[in-house]
Design a protein around this ligand. Structure first.
Ligand code: MN
Length: 155
């Protein structure tokens, strides 16, 4: 990654990109369930204990449903969608803040016609995400709002 003090925002043709920042497919490894998500690591330094990433979920896409010990501090930067945090579903849009506490199931879904882009701050050293078992999913679906969220095909 470039060590320039300033890396300019290069939002050409509607994309949210930064000069010298690589655009990665989200979690290339394995067969983790997600759809149409990209990741850009904006800040990662060995002398800092946090990382700041920008994720973008394409319209009707969604991030992996997961939980882990580490916390997410999120600011929505682009578009709108829905977020599952534990047993609650929230409508979110630009500049909303989302905190995901430890070991809390979470998933980000873009609206049908809107991307959902967000900054996500995490600990640089963090545990691996856990995926839900069939039983976990069953328990989550027992909550009607959560069941609706899972069956959403965008807004
Ligand atoms: Mn996560």
């Amino acid at each position: 990654m470039s060590e320039n003090p300033v890396r300019a925002f290069v939002g050409r043709s509607g994309d949210y990109r930064w000069d010298g920042v690589e655009l990665l497919r989200y979690k290339e490894e394995g067969s983790v369930p997600f759809r149409d998500v990209t990741r850009q690591t904006l800040f990662r330094r060995p002398d800092m204990r946090g990382e700041l990433r920008y994720f973008e979920v394409a319209p009707a896409g969604y991030s992996t449903l997961e939980r882990h010990e580490h916390v997410h501090a999120v600011m929505i930067l682009r578009g709108a969608g829905q977020v599952l945090v534990g047993q609650q579903v929230f409508q979110v849009s630009t500049f909303d803040l989302v905190t995901v506490p430890p070991l809390t199931w979470h998933q980000f879904r873009a609206g049908a016609n809107s991307p959902l882009g967000f900054l996500c701050m995490v600990d640089a050293e963090r545990d691996k995400p856990q995926l839900p078992s069939g039983r976990d999913l069953e328990e989550m679906r027992a909550n009607l709002a959560v069941a609706r969220f899972f069956s959403t095909k965008g807004d």
